[in-house]
Design a binder for this molecule. Structure first.
Ligand code: NAD
Length: 280
C-alpha cells in the first residue's frame, strides 16, 4: 500500500504557483487577487478564512478579507459582492459557507460573477465542466484529479465508483473522471447493494460525510481509495474511510488529515491564477 501524500502534492502545486506569480511580478504586472467574504463569527469558518489568506500570502496572491457582521442584510452582502465583481484587482471571490440562517446561500452565491467563481459551483462553470470544456472547476474534485496525475495513477478504462452525489464533490468528480475516460458509477443514500458496487471499483472515492463508513468489504483488492470525508470524532479528524481496516487492501490510499483537504486549499489558489489568466 502506498500513501498518497496530500501535503507533498499540494506543496509542489504551491511552489509552481509561486514561481508563476513571481514571473508576473518580475514583469511589473498586477498579481492575481482573491477576495474572501465572511459573514458572522462561526469559529470553524474563521479558521478556514485565515488559512485561505495565509495560503495566498505564501504564493504571492493578493487577498482581501471582507468581514461582515452576523446580522448583515441580504442587500448589503449583495452590494459587497457586486463591488468585488467590479474590482479590477480581484480575480476570485469566495463567500465562506455556511452563511447565517437568514441568508439564502444559493441566492447569494448566484451574484458572484461567473468569471470570478473560483469555487467553480456556478451554473456556468458547472455547465462548462459537464460539456467537457472546463474553465474553473470545483476545488475538491480537481484536487483529487491532481493527486491521481501526480502519482501517475491511470484512469482510462478503469472502473471508478463515487459514494456521494453532492454538487460540491460527487457530481463534478464524476464529470472529471469521465473526462479522463474512467467508467463511472455514482452511489448515494438510496443506492442498493452499495458494498457490492463499491467492491468493483478500481478507484473508490468516498464523499459521504460519515466517519469510517467505508470498510474492507467495500474495497476491491488493489483499489485506489480516495477519502474526501472530514469528520470530527472525539475531537479528532477522521475520514469517511476506515483507514486501518482498509489500508492493507489498497494499492493507494489518501490519509485524513493530510490528504484531499490540503489539495482543496491548493486548487483554490490555482483557480485564482486561472481566472486571472482566462478573464482579466
Ligand atoms: P453532502 O452531505 O452534501 O453529501 C453526502 C452524499 O453522501 C450525498 O450525496 C448522500 O446521498 C450520500 N450518502 C449519505 N449517506 C449515504 C449512505 N448511507 N450510503 C451511500 N451514500 C450516502 O456532503 P459533501 O459536501 O459532498 O461532503 C462529503 C464529505 O466530504 C463530508 O465529510 C465533508 O466534510 C467532506 N468534504 C471535504 C472536503 C475536502 O476538502 N476534503 C471538501 C468538501 C467536503
Amino acid at each position: 500500500m502506498k500513501l498518497i501524500d496530500g501535503k507533498a502534492v499540494s506543496q509542489k502545486i504551491k511552489e509552481d504557483l509561486k514561481l508563476r506569480i513571481d514571473q508576473i511580478k518580475a514583469k511589473g504586472e498586477r498579481v492575481p487577487g482573491l477576495a474572501v467574504v465572511l459573514v458572522g463569527e462561526n469559529p470553524a469558518s474563521k479558521v478556514y478564512v485565515a488559512n485561505k489568506i495565509k495560503d495566498c500570502e505564501q504564493v504571492g496572491i493578493k487577498s482581501i478579507h471582507c468581514h461582515l457582521q452576523e446580522h448583515t442584510e441580504k442587500a448589503e452582502l449583495i452590494k459587497t459582492i457586486e463591488k468585488l465583481n467590479n474590482d479590477k484587482e480581484i480575480d476570485g471571490i469566495i463567500v465562506q459557507l455556511p452563511l447565517p440562517k437568514h441568508l439564502n446561500e444559493n441566492e447569494i452565491l448566484s451574484h458572484i460573477s461567473i468569471h470570478k467563481d473560483v469555487d467553480g459551483l456556478s451554473a456556468y462553470q458547472m455547465g462548462k465542466l459537464t460539456l467537457g470544456i472546463p474553465e474553473l472547476t470545483p476545488c475538491t474534485p480537481s484536487g483529487v484529479m491532481e493527486m491521481l496525475r501526480y502519482y501517475e495513477i491511470p484512469t482510462e478504462g478503469k472502473r471508478a465508483v463515487i459514494i456521494g452525489r453532492s454538487n460540491i464533490v460527487g457530481k463534478p468528480m464524476a464529470m472529471m473522471l469521465m473526462k479522463e475516460n474512467a467508467t463511472v458509477t455514482v452511489c448515494h443514500s438510496r443506492t442498493k447493494d452499495l458494498a457490492e458496487i463499491c467492491s468493483k471499483g478500481d478507484i473508490l472515492v468516498a464523499a459521504v460525510g460519515k466517519a469510517r463508513f467505508v470498510n474492507s468489504d467495500m474495497v476491491k483488492e488493489g483499489a485506489v481509495v480516495i477519502d474526501v470525508g472530514i469528520n470530527r470524532v472525539d475531537g479528532k479528524l477522521c475520514g469517511d474511510v476506515d483507514f486501518d481496516n482498509v489500508a492493507d487492501k489498497c494499492s493507494y490510499i489518501t490519509p485524513v488529515p493530510g490528504g484531499v483537504g490540503l489539495m482543496t486549499r491548493a486548487m483554490l489558489l490555482l483557480n485564482t491564477l486561472k481566472a486571472y489568466e482566462l478573464y482579466a
